[in-house]
Design a protein around this ligand. Sequence first.
Ligand code: F6R
Length: 636
Amino acid sequence: MTEQLNKLNVKERIERKYEKLFVNVYNDAETASKKVAGEIAGLIRSKNGEGKKCVLGLATGSSPIGVYAELVRMHKEEGLSFKNVITFNLDEYYPISRDHVQSYWYFMHEHLFNHVDIPEENIHIPDGTIPEERIYEFCQEYETAIKEAGGIDLQILGIGRTGHIGFNEPGSGINSPTRLVTLDSLTIADAAADFYSEENVPKKAITMGVGTILTSRRIILMAWGEKKAAVVKKAVEGPIVDSVPATYLQNHPDTEIVLDKEAAAELVRFKTPWLVREVEWNDKLIRKAVIWLCEKLDKPVLKLTNRHYNDNSLGDLVTKYGSAYDINLKVFNMLQKSITGWPGGKPGADDSQRPERALPYPKRVLVFSPRPDDDMLAMGGTINRLVQQGHEVYVAYQTSGNIAVADDIVLRFLYFSENITKEHLIDTEKIRKELAGKKPGETDTAEVRNLKSLIREAEARAACRFLNIPDGNIRFLRMPFYETGTIKKASLNNEDVRLVVETLREIKPHQIYTAGDLTDPHGTGRKCFDAFVKALQKVKDDQWIDDCRVWLYHGTWKEWSIADVDMAVPLSPEELKRKRAAILRHSSQNQVILPGSDDMEIWRYAIERNHTTAKKYDKLGMAEYEAVELFVEYFI
Ligand code: F6R
């Protein structure tokens, strides 16, 4: 039990009765990162004041990037000095050279060490280049060096989707020391994007052990985004098990888990707050509770009884609404009203009970798609309906998506262009040589990136053409933040936002669909959404915006929870086939595997998720559809 948990008052303790670690939740990763950086800076300063060294345990990966950025800012603007700081990094891939852009040595220098005044000899990172026979000795020396430095004052951690801390994968022992380990297949799949493909990811790593980590005086574990929510729940609320090494932290006296809202979403006090405190019931919360109850008991809405509510901590709701029958009917009607075959509104119909208004008709509909295939994957069926129901549909592809085009595809297109034109606008021989000499993880030249962008644009046009969207209604924004040539994207800048503003002002849509994907704080979907929100700010006083509604679809790898959905669009078997055919027009992406899945292609997953959603509605006692696409309304 951590010391901080013991300090909570009774009410707070009850609310967190399922939590075995002290958790702090912030609105967003940026605010949380600043808070963590503030604590680190405070520690460095106070140690300095006492004339002592400050020993930090550091992590790599996406989670601590904001912390390092803030520390660098504090060094530059507030004179925070790292002269008295000694660092020990958690881990390093093995084998890997220091100058490999994906090495943790490179990462730490790029994000922190190159920008602060830490003496090079104070930096310790496991060495990915030592010969295998020296590793055991090296690991022992690493442990000794930590002890000789006086032990770690503050250890920063991220958490992997396997529940790993450092690279201590499931099965690691609680007393494990620094050692060579084999990476879990899910960890390799998660790293594949950084290394361009799974084959390039080193299969081993040298990591501090769980035992080493637990000797730190204080530990802060950070996790951001929906993607981490499930494992965070296991780490915080689950029993201590070696299949989730992060649960070992429950044995440590001073560990804090710092989360953003999305990563905290599966914890009992956020997901099912009625189980741990009095809640103010509103329609959305009632719907959430009832769907939770149905799923828990495997019963349709209309078959829930007073007894079911009472036995599952929802007696309060029955008291308020009189009977299970009344609540059931209320939620059944809410679900029923959210299902519509008319996503753009039904002309001539009473729209008071429908998700979208009937007029104006036809509507100008603008679909934003972060990558060139997100539109079809997430809402191909709805796009098909919108076009067929006479709306004027525009699609704006926000980024080029060129990073996801394999070299082999470029070669195919080169072959094609060489053989159909006499005059070559591009130097095909040069490009072929460049691709042949490219090392794993190396960045493409601007010329190759342009070719890859064109490949994706041609595919997106083909998919739109198939669904009868006129060529003139397609915009390619090629937002500059994406064009780094690497998986890591640049920060959003004014030009990114300007491009979205320009598209909005040109089309003046009545309805907007955009990816509301908040899963990965460094991902393309998230940045595209941020650009969209910033663009809305800029156009908020335009006249057209008063008659415009925004609908969010979810990014590819997951779907909205039915409890949060405002519009559900059912698809017939025929419509689903059309959707699949539109997706498959993106031929450069057809073999891309969904990270973390057991070899399932993204397109297959997209179709599967529509089937799964339909089954969920069926189980709730709604009509039985072939497939369903889901949307959440975003209020401007
Ligand atoms: C990194 C490390 C890993 C990461 C974890 C989460 O040094 O040891 O345990 O902290 O894989 O990675 P991100 O932060 O990229 O989600």
